[in-house]
Write a protein that binds this ligand. Structure first.
Ligand code: SF4
Length: 177
């Protein structure tokens, strides 16, 4: 009888724990502004690190999106979280990063996303993965691959803050600030 009561107590405890974990994960998903669907990949909000890097070998592209959500119709939507407040429009660099994740989804899941989401601290933007955006991203990747073998590459911005935070500023003869 005591054993039966103990088993029941443990069972209820496990049930409460499972319910708590489920509610916790749902609240994290809601906070992250995820669309309706199943989270099939996450590089954030996990107890253990995710070591699965998505790779598109032909493009020499690799990355880890914050979330991939599979919608009920099978569409897979990458979601990228940004800690800062939302600008009036998403930054170009963030759009291109999202486009890169769309390419990685296409290469790894055989599904071409129609769009992705950039979730800033206070606002989310749905960004269409248009053929034009895909073309821009492919052009940029081609340029980057070409630059890998160039002896010198010109700075492509005037953002001294970026240079201040750059890990190779000590070796860069084009640094600002
Ligand atoms: S320090 Fe050089 S490599 Fe780094 S961001 Fe500035 S220009 Fe680019």
């Amino acid at each position: 009888m005591v054993f039966g009561t103990l088993s029941l107590g443990i069972g209820l405890l496990l049930l409460a724990l499972a319910l708590g974990l489920w509610l916790w994960s749902r609240s994290l998903e809601a906070e992250a502004g995820l669309p309706e669907g199943e989270v099939i990949y996450t590089d954030t909000a996990t107890w253990f690190g995710n070591h699965e890097v998505l790779v598109a070998h032909d493009l020499r592209l690799a990355g880890k999106p914050d979330y991939l959500v599979q919608e009920p119709d099978g569409m897979i939507v990458p979601v990228e979280l940004k800690s800062g407040k939302a600008p009036p429009e998403p930054h170009e660099g963030h759009i291109l990063q999202l486009a890169a994740y769309c390419l990685l989804v296409a290469a790894n899941y055989n599904v071409r996303p129609d769009y992705g989401i950039i979730q800033y601290k206070d606002h989310a933007f749905a960004v269409d993965f248009t053929p034009e955006l895909e073309e821009d991203m492919l052009d940029l990747l081609a340029e980057m691959r070409a630059d890998l073998f160039a002896s010198n590459v010109d700075r492509d911005h005037n953002d001294w803050v970026r240079c201040t935070r750059c890990g190779v500023r000590g070796q860069c003869d084009q640094r600002l600030g």
